[in-house]
Write a protein that binds this ligand. Sequence first.
Ligand SMILES: Cc1cc2nc3c(=O)[nH]c(=O)nc-3n(C[C@H](O)[C@H](O)[C@H](O)COP(=O)(O)OP(=O)(O)OC[C@H]3O[C@@H](n4cnc5c(N)ncnc54)[C@H](O)[C@@H]3O)c2cc1C
Length: 637
Amino acid sequence: MILDSKIPGGPISEKWTRHKFELKLVNPANKRKFTVIVVGTGLAGASAAASLGELGYNVKAFCIQDSPRRAHSIAAQGGINAAKNYTNDGDSVYRLFYDTVKGGDFRAREANVHRLAECSNLIIDQCVAQGVPFGRDYGGLLDNRSFGGAQVSRTFYARGQTGQQLLIGAYQAMMRQVAKGTVKMFPRRDMQDLVVIDGKARGIIVRNLVTGELESHEADAVCLCSGGYGNVFYLSTNAKGSNVSAAWSAYKKGAVFANPCYTQIHPTCIPVTGDHQSKLTLMSESLRNDGRVWVPKKAGDTRSPDQIPESERFYYLEEKYPSFGNLVPRDVASRNAKNVCDNGMGVGQSKLAVYLDFSDAIKRLGVSAVSAKYGNLFQMYEKITDENPYKVPMRIFPAVHYTMGGLWVDYNLMSTIPGCFVLGEANFSDHGANRLGASALMQGLADGYFVIPYTIGGYFASTKLEKISSIEKEFEVSKKESSERIHKLLNIKGKRTVSDIHRELGHIMWENVGMGRNKAGLEKALALIPELREEFWKNVNVLGSEGSFNQNLEHASRLADFLEFGELMAQDALHREESCGGHFREESQTEEGEAKRDDEKFCYVGAWEYKGNNQKPELSKEPLTFENVHLVTRSYK
Ligand SMILES: Cc1cc2nc3c(=O)[nH]c(=O)nc-3n(C[C@H](O)[C@H](O)[C@H](O)COP(=O)(O)OP(=O)(O)OC[C@H]3O[C@@H](n4cnc5c(N)ncnc54)[C@H](O)[C@@H]3O)c2cc1C
């Protein structure tokens, strides 16, 4: 398949402006004639629904929760980037663009990243106008803090609850449209399938999670804003409901899936304590502004941290990367934490943890200043671990956090199915092989508030769309297939619980497709996943019934998709014989243990096309060119 990214011509800083001018427009009076389905009302979906509703389109918005306010976006703690340069420390749109391309290890499209940096400032203005309570400095201006991979402070925040506050802003903008009648909200709906008619996305099948009823909804375009797939690892910092299912159904209908192996492992999470856990908790990257990361110099040291003198501590990030210190990007920080633990220097009972120590910051700033910045995170840590981080260092370890891969989209955010747009974490677009902190919120809101309102108009104005209705045969076929799958799941009546099988999949993925990957491990995963999938379809026990609220059935249906998707991830990781960003192939590292990219062979987006059940998917490549940020080996030293 030829992947046409539709990147506009001209200098990088003029592409988006020029593209917006060249896109055809839909007359204001005609907009109400178009119906847009938005699947997902997290930051990407809620902002898209609000903007499209405001423009006058007829929007139908769907989410699995009882309220859009419970989308996973609410969990975002640390902040959102923008190139405002309020601190006068040398930031600019170009620098944000540069840092993001470099941070992504040169595996993202330059044009998309530049547009993202351009939109970043508009997002802050929009959110302030909505009343989002960003943190302010002593003079009342918006405050900034630092995140990894940048030497400027450009992260806007609302204490440790930035995602929640931004989501309330986007939610209220969307609900305003609900009140005006342009947006109709469908909560507690789980997308089962994408309906494609005459090669174009024309609707979806959803399951009403309360009644169990399958519903058909038609539209002129579908925007998938369904979030990331980190839960394929079972344990992750994602909300338990985050899934790949909506994107997977689009993949099976012809949308190619890009870079599925790019997973972000976040360095500062509360360590795993055992199989009793069903999810992990992030300690925001913002903590690395003031917390110092260290381990005992001596392997196997069991002394408590206060008994280890300064001279016997290994501040490994500060020592190895003096320019960026504790604020190296996430992939670098995670790999180094793994290395010191692999070398026996890990701390805590499991020895799979490192210290994040605030004692210096508390001495320098005082408890109340530290508490003002991070109070809610410290409280959360203490509740979970029963240890007071004001007194003893936090123990942290890397965990699955975000997925850079996603459905392939062109510059207009359209997938390879015409009329199927993909926004936010569900697409692959802007972060390459490693996402810098505080840039997911920026991307989701840029996509929803500032990109899709233009590009969807361009699609409608240049596409002939026949009148259809939800009684077309394509809807009936999709509905029948969804119903059959639900029956099948409920009638297996095997012996293993859904969680048990999901946990096993998670172990396979973490051990073999996790922080360090090698050929043997990936081949092992490719052998184990189909076996486990077979076991699932023979021996899972899905409780409850079809016609009622049934979270066990929801989980089973998502796991069925993860069991297919995990194989694609492993396959993608196996084919990419280079290390880049969050994808660390152990065979491809420098003598110092840093990731070694292979630009000659792998400077492309790898996108997989579904070829049928039990058939090998086909790989297509979108070559990446770097005309502005030249390909160099990343260094944070
Ligand atoms: C703990 C944590 C902290 C984070 N902190 C930050 C931060 O400080 N800064 C930052 O930039 N990023 C952060 N991130 C990343 C960021 O939160 C996410 O990438 C972002 O919120 C994703 O937004 P989204 O709108 O794309 O998806 P989501 O918020 O995940 O929303 C997905 C939506 O899709 C719906 N949905 C999903 N599947 C279906 C289906 N089958 N049918 C119908 N609806 C469906 C859901 O109901 C939901 O409404 C953090 C992530 C985590 C895990």
